[in-house]
Design a protein around this ligand. Structure first.
Ligand code: ADP
Ligand code: MG
Length: 872
């Protein structure tokens, strides 16, 4: 066997020669052992990737912070002047701070990496004579790869079989018009990649037809691999929230620096030590600048995305997690998403009683394969599998269900709604060839030569089956003397063999998920290529549409085509079912919804769905039944193809957004409290309340653990009972700014109150008092801020053990700092008497108590009113 080589002009050679040279078997594929051996030799079929941030980048990011550098410089100077313990302690705290930042960033990176790995492409190959789905990294030279509409090609292939194969090569050649491919060799050895019509290259997309090819090159040996150095995966854009928050934190940074400067100057004016004042002011700045906000958003989104995977929703683009909370319309496919995609033939009808003939047609005009050994298993379209099972069960006399060799075909496509195959006539049949067609009754019945009475009976029967929610196919046949030039001519003048009605029961979870959408102010909409009556029957069953047929909520593709944009705008908000819709029309539906300001999620599985999936605010592709192309165009993939999964993703998206909001609220309030203490203390005639090290400590322990634990808060019971968040809404809407203002001032107030109480009483440990009250008040606030409306100290108290643990641990740390002698030396604290500690705790508890009062007012609608919930 000669090795495949990049420089061979494979396209000039006949398919058999290529197959032989790469050691391929164009029928049975490689054996599993041979494939494994080749993989070990050649390495995985992957291209070098841009990849995520490395640990080193994360560390450098932490160090780049100017404030931290300034603080380090000041600490070193003060250390040189004698206060070594202080310097070391400051450095230790900053290092701890940095470590937390790095660990968080690292966790987020790992979560994203895991998501990327899950989203890795797959390929259909034949091994040991059986079709098999493998990770596309495992494809080797000589593999037999199967292609169908929607496949993104995994390696460079020489076609060995192809039927009406069309491939879009934009990724390789920039040319977006699909190219027809065929097995015939190309003579010109120097033909441009785009003209090698018997080759199919890695990264290109099959837009129509079927085929198979043997792999001639993998990984960096492929055509696209040679230019891969130019590509890096730039999939991760920053989300709108991240952009807004980094904008905000840079503005807040300016404000904090100004305040710190004021604290510094006023300290100088009071005659404090300049170096000490510099340290104090810079520590305050470091503690109060919320530079971690954008990072926390990334972490929350990334960790949220990994939580979603556990619920079968794979997020491919991070901003989607955020957008999910704003979704107002979910436009879902019917088949497989709202229904189970477990079809079974429920009813057949034949005009002349020729059931065996009908069965033969169903087997011949069929791309699915039954796999032996698996009772209900098989490969291919569920509709077609159901037809094979029907035939296999002998319902029509039990013909052989092995695939029947074909002479020619027009593959099924969702727009034509039918398929046609041509075969050699069976022994005893007149004529040399026989053509079979199956498809939607409206397109097939008019093409059948039948007497008007039979036609009318067939139409009536099809309508009845559709009204019962069955998917109806008409099946027809025609004998041919010779193979026609143009296959389309064959379709006219066929003989109707009969009708088949397939049942695809709704998914069990669908009705509940639809109801949950409604309660959450989200409109579920069904879009299908199926008949309007079938669609409406299913829609009524799952609750998407009313049971009594209302003309305004069902729109057909034909009606849609007749509407101009203004006409569509007037219907789109009320339409609940779109039937007999071409995939191309889906993009109009999305655009019309978006033009009205709606945020639309849309599902899709085929190649033609890709533009609509890209246009939708959240494109949702099918993981089990969908195509590579649709997945590539989507922000999210449903691993179980289930509508209910979209709804849980929305719930999760809302929870994550709520938690980010909580974190922002908590941190900014805490920072405001610290600033008020340092700013107001001296203004009120008190000494400078806190030492630099104490400020840094507060920042470390209160932001660190409790802040992180807030991200674990479970969803509020009301998340799916309130309307979607308007997409442009600020994270500070509904009273967050007010909350930060007044609670921050309250935290500052109780801390200074404690300080004044001790200071005026002549106690030496007044600094320890203000230090302790400030820490405890922030912790109390972290408990209270868990919900915007629900009491934190009632039934919900134990729902976030991480937060409770963080609070207990932080209280313990603070007590250690106050009572352990060696830490007292470092932090300049003095033990508090029991009475003093009690007063500190009492003062700190004022904060959560006040926040609970705020929540009561919010619950009564007296504060920060949200818009009223919509009537579902
Ligand atoms: P859906 O929205 O249910 O996925 P499709 O676009 O798959 O709809 O199918 C549209 C119509 O095309 C069906 O109602 C059926 O009449 C016809 N059809 C579906 N699958 C096949 C097939 N494999 N062969 C022939 N006709 C089909
Ligand atoms: Mg379909």
């Amino acid at each position: 066997m000669s090795q495949a080589h990049g420089s061979t002009a494979w396209h000039t050679l006949p398919a058999e020669v290529v197959a032989e040279r790469v050691g391929a078997d164009a029928v049975h594929g490689l054996s599993a052992e041979e494939a494994a051996a080749r993989l070990a030799r050649s390495g995985p079929n992957v291209l070098p990737e841009g990849g995520g941030r490395r640990l080193r980048d994360l560390v450098l990011e932490q160090l780049r912070d100017v404030m931290i550098l300034l603080l380090l410089a000041a600490a070193v100077v003060s250390g040189l002047l004698g206060d070594v313990v202080d310097t070391v302690a400051i450095v230790v705290i900053l290092v701890l701070n940095g470590v937390i930042g790095v660990v968080q960033g690292y966790r987020a990176e790992r979560a994203l990496e895991a998501l990327r790995a899950l989203a890795a492409p797959r390929a259909a190959v034949v091994r040991d004579g059986r079709p098999l789905d493998v990770d596309s990294a495992e494809v080797v030279v000589g593999d037999l790869v199967l292609l169908e509409a929607g496949t993104v090609v995994a390696a460079d292939l020489r076609l060995v079989d192809g039927a009406a194969l069309q491939v879009a090569e934009a990724a390789l050649t920039g040319e977006s018009v699909p190219v027809s491919k065929s097995v015939r060799p190309v003579e010109d050895a120097t033909a441009h990649v785009g003209d090698r019509t018997c080759m199919v290259h890695r990264g290109t997309e099959v837009t129509a037809g079927r085929g198979a090819g043997v792999v001639v090159a993998t990984g960096t040996d492929t055509e696209i691999g040679r230019v891969a150095q130019l590509m890096t995966s730039t999939d991760e854009v920053r989300t709108p929230l991240q952009r807004r928050l980094s904008h905000l934190s840079s503005r807040l940074a300016v404000a904090v620096v100004v305040i710190s400067a004021v604290v510094f100057v006023s300290g100088l004016l009071r005659g404090e030590d300049p170096l000490q004042m510099l340290l104090t002011a810079v520590s305050l700045a470091v503690a109060a600048v919320p530079e971690a906000l954008p990072a926390v958003v990334t972490i929350s989104l990334a960790l949220g995305a990994s939580a979603m995977v556990r619920q079968q929703a794979l997020v491919r683009r991070l901003p989607a997690v955020e957008t999910l909370g704003s979704v107002t319309y979910i436009c879902s496919d019917k088949t497989g998403t709202l229904t189970r995609n477990r079809m079974s033939v429920e009813e057949t009808w034949t005009p002349g009683g020729d059931l065996p003939g009908l069965s033969r047609a169903l087997v011949a005009c069929n791309d699915a394969v039954l796999l032996d050994g698996e009772a209900s298993g098989g490969r291919g379209d569920p509709t077609e599998l159901a037809l094979l099972h029907y035939a296999a069960e002998g319902a029509g006399g039990g013909p052989d269900v092995a695939p029947v060799p074909r002479r020619a075909e027009i593959p099924f496509d969702a727009e034509r709604r039918r398929m046609l195959t041509v075969h050699d006539a069976a022994v005893g049949e007149p004529g040399g060839y026989v053509a079979y067609a199956k498809g939607a009754p409206e397109v097939l019945l008019p093409r059948c030569a039948a007497d008007p009475a039979t036609r009318a009976r067939a139409e009536e029967r099809a309508r009845r089956m559709a009204g019962d929610g069955l998917r109806v196919l008409a099946v027809a046949r025609r004998g041919l003397d010779r193979l026609p030039e143009d296959l389309a001519d064959v379709e006219d003048g066929m003989t109707l063999l009969g009708l088949v009605g397939l049942l695809d029961p709704p998914r069990e979870e669908a009705a509940a998920a639809v109801a949950e959408c409604r309660a959450a102010g989200i409109v579920p909409v069904m879009i299908t290529g199926d008949h309007p009556d079938t669609a409406h029957a299913v829609a009524a069953r799952v609750g998407v549409a009313e049971a009594d047929h209302d003309a305004t909520d069902v729109l057909t593709g034909r009606e849609l085509a007749a509407l101009d944009d203004a006409g569509l705008a007037s219907r789109v908000l009320d339409a609940r079912v779109y039937a007999r819709v071409d995939p191309e029309q889906k993009i109009r539906i999305v655009r019309a919804l978006q033009a009205d300001g709606q945020v639309a999620a849309m599902t899709g599985d085929g190649v033609n769905d890709a533009p609509a999936l890209r246009q939708a605010d959240i494109g949702v592709a099918m993981g089990a039944g969908g195509t590579d192309v649709a997945r590539g165009a989507s922000a999210m993939v449903l691993l179980d193809d289930n509508f209910a999964t979209i709804v849980s993703a929305v719930r999760e998206g809302r929870r994550i957004y709520d938690n980010i909001r909580r974190f922002v609220k908590y941190t900014l309030t805490s920072n405001a409290g610290e600033i008020w203490v340092m700013f107001l203390g001296p203004l009120l005639g008190l000494p400078l309340p806190l030492l630099p090290l104490q400020i840094l400590w507060i920042n470390l322990v209160t932001d660190g653990l409790p802040g992180l634990a807030l991200a674990r808060e479970p969803a509020e019971p009301t998340v799916m009972r309130r309307p979607p968040r308007p997409p442009g809404e600020s994270i500070f809407a509904h009273g967050v700014v007010w909350h930060i203002g007044w609670v921050g001032l309250l935290i500052g107030g109780v801390s200074l109150g404690g300080m004044a109480w001790a200071y005026l009483a002549g106690e030496d440990n007044w600094q320890t008092v203000v230090f302790t009250v400030l820490v405890l008040a922030q912790l109390g606030h972290s408990l209270a801020v868990r919900s915007e409306t629900q009491p934190s100290f009632g039934r919900r108290f134990a729902t976030n053990p991480a937060l409770l643990g963080a609070v207990v641990l932080t209280v313990g740390l603070q007590l250690a700092v106050v009572y352990l002698p060696w830490l007292q030396g470092v932090f300049r604290t003095d033990a508090l008497s029991a009475a003093q500690l009690a007063v500190c705790v009492a003062l700190a508890l004022v904060v959560p108590a006040a926040v609970e009062v705020e929540k009561t007012l919010v619950r009564r609608g007296l504060l920060y009113a949200r818009p009223a919930a919509p009537v579902a």
